[in-house]
Design a protein around this ligand. Structure first.
Ligand code: FES
Length: 83
């Protein structure tokens, strides 16, 4: 189980960051913190993912989520962690 880390990558390019990933970043950090999930996740940021028009972009285990807002994000995380 330890090796099955969930990879979460958040686009921190200027467009995505301005369009909502600055809040999404905080939301994910708090979500992981509150539920003690930090050890199960590789969480990293990356530069522009070349999907600015469809941002903010978040990639989880290779799947790209576009236009991610807080409501969508909570739903995605709940599904990812089976909460
Ligand atoms: S800044 Fe995120 S896709 Fe360009």
């Amino acid at each position: 189980m330890e090796n099955d880390k969930i990879n979460i990558t958040i686009c921190l390019g200027s467009s995505c960051f301005a369009r909502g990933n600055s809040q999404n970043l905080k939301f994910i950090q708090e979500y992981l913190q509150q539920r003690g999930l930090k050890d199960r996740v590789n969480f990293k940021g990356q530069l522009c993912s070349k999907l600015c028009n469809e941002g903010p972009v978040i990639i989880i285990n290779g799947k790209t989520y576009k236009e991610v807002n807080k409501i969508k994000l909570e739903d995605i995380l709940n599904k990812t962690f089976n909460v």
